[in-house]
Design a protein. Structure first.
Length: 91
Protein backbone atom coordinates (compact mmCIF):
# COMPACT_ATOMS: atom_id res chain seq x y z
CA UNK A 1 0.00 0.00 0.00
CA UNK A 2 1.42 3.39 -0.98
CA UNK A 3 1.79 6.38 1.34
CA UNK A 4 -1.43 8.07 0.17
CA UNK A 5 -3.45 4.87 0.64
CA UNK A 6 -2.00 4.52 4.14
CA UNK A 7 -3.03 8.09 4.94
CA UNK A 8 -6.54 7.49 3.62
CA UNK A 9 -6.94 4.28 5.63
CA UNK A 10 -5.61 6.02 8.76
CA UNK A 11 -8.15 8.81 8.35
CA UNK A 12 -10.99 6.35 7.69
CA UNK A 13 -10.14 4.40 10.85
CA UNK A 14 -10.16 7.64 12.80
CA UNK A 15 -13.53 8.56 11.31
CA UNK A 16 -14.87 5.11 12.17
CA UNK A 17 -13.90 5.62 15.81
CA UNK A 18 -15.38 9.08 15.80
CA UNK A 19 -18.71 7.75 14.45
CA UNK A 20 -18.78 5.13 17.20
CA UNK A 21 -18.26 7.94 19.69
CA UNK A 22 -21.19 9.85 18.22
CA UNK A 23 -23.33 6.73 18.47
CA UNK A 24 -22.47 6.47 22.17
CA UNK A 25 -23.32 10.14 22.61
CA UNK A 26 -26.78 9.57 21.12
CA UNK A 27 -27.32 6.42 23.19
CA UNK A 28 -26.35 8.32 26.34
CA UNK A 29 -28.66 11.22 25.55
CA UNK A 30 -25.90 13.81 25.15
CA UNK A 31 -26.77 17.40 24.33
CA UNK A 32 -28.00 17.65 20.72
CA UNK A 33 -25.69 20.51 19.74
CA UNK A 34 -22.70 18.50 20.95
CA UNK A 35 -23.82 15.61 18.72
CA UNK A 36 -24.29 17.95 15.75
CA UNK A 37 -20.83 19.42 16.35
CA UNK A 38 -19.28 15.95 16.26
CA UNK A 39 -21.24 14.97 13.13
CA UNK A 40 -19.94 18.11 11.41
CA UNK A 41 -16.39 17.13 12.39
CA UNK A 42 -16.91 13.71 10.77
CA UNK A 43 -18.28 15.35 7.63
CA UNK A 44 -15.20 17.58 7.40
CA UNK A 45 -12.97 14.54 7.87
CA UNK A 46 -14.80 12.69 5.09
CA UNK A 47 -14.41 15.72 2.83
CA UNK A 48 -10.66 15.55 3.46
CA UNK A 49 -10.67 11.85 2.50
CA UNK A 50 -12.57 12.72 -0.69
CA UNK A 51 -10.01 15.40 -1.43
CA UNK A 52 -7.11 12.97 -1.01
CA UNK A 53 -8.75 10.34 -3.21
CA UNK A 54 -9.66 12.87 -5.89
CA UNK A 55 -6.16 14.36 -5.87
CA UNK A 56 -4.61 10.93 -6.34
CA UNK A 57 -7.11 10.12 -9.10
CA UNK A 58 -6.31 13.35 -10.95
CA UNK A 59 -2.56 12.77 -10.68
CA UNK A 60 -2.71 9.14 -11.78
CA UNK A 61 -5.75 7.90 -13.71
CA UNK A 62 -6.79 11.23 -15.21
CA UNK A 63 -3.25 12.31 -16.01
CA UNK A 64 -2.58 9.00 -17.79
CA UNK A 65 -5.85 9.15 -19.71
CA UNK A 66 -5.33 12.76 -20.78
CA UNK A 67 -1.90 11.98 -22.21
CA UNK A 68 -3.28 8.94 -24.02
CA UNK A 69 -3.89 8.90 -27.75
CA UNK A 70 -7.25 7.23 -27.03
CA UNK A 71 -9.89 9.96 -27.32
CA UNK A 72 -12.57 7.69 -25.85
CA UNK A 73 -10.48 7.17 -22.72
CA UNK A 74 -9.98 10.92 -22.34
CA UNK A 75 -13.71 11.54 -22.70
CA UNK A 76 -14.47 8.76 -20.20
CA UNK A 77 -12.39 10.31 -17.40
CA UNK A 78 -13.78 13.77 -18.12
CA UNK A 79 -17.33 12.37 -17.91
CA UNK A 80 -16.52 10.62 -14.62
CA UNK A 81 -15.25 13.85 -13.07
CA UNK A 82 -18.28 15.76 -14.33
CA UNK A 83 -20.61 13.09 -12.89
CA UNK A 84 -18.96 13.38 -9.48
CA UNK A 85 -19.27 17.16 -9.41
CA UNK A 86 -22.87 17.07 -10.66
CA UNK A 87 -23.78 14.45 -8.02
CA UNK A 88 -22.36 16.66 -5.27
CA UNK A 89 -24.17 19.74 -6.55
CA UNK A 90 -20.86 21.55 -7.08
CA UNK A 91 -21.74 22.47 -10.68
Amino acid sequence: MDEISQEIVKRLKSIEGHVRGIQRMVENGEYCIDVVTQVLAVQRALQKVNSLVLDRHLHTCVSTAMSSQDAAEREKVIAEIMDVFEATGKL
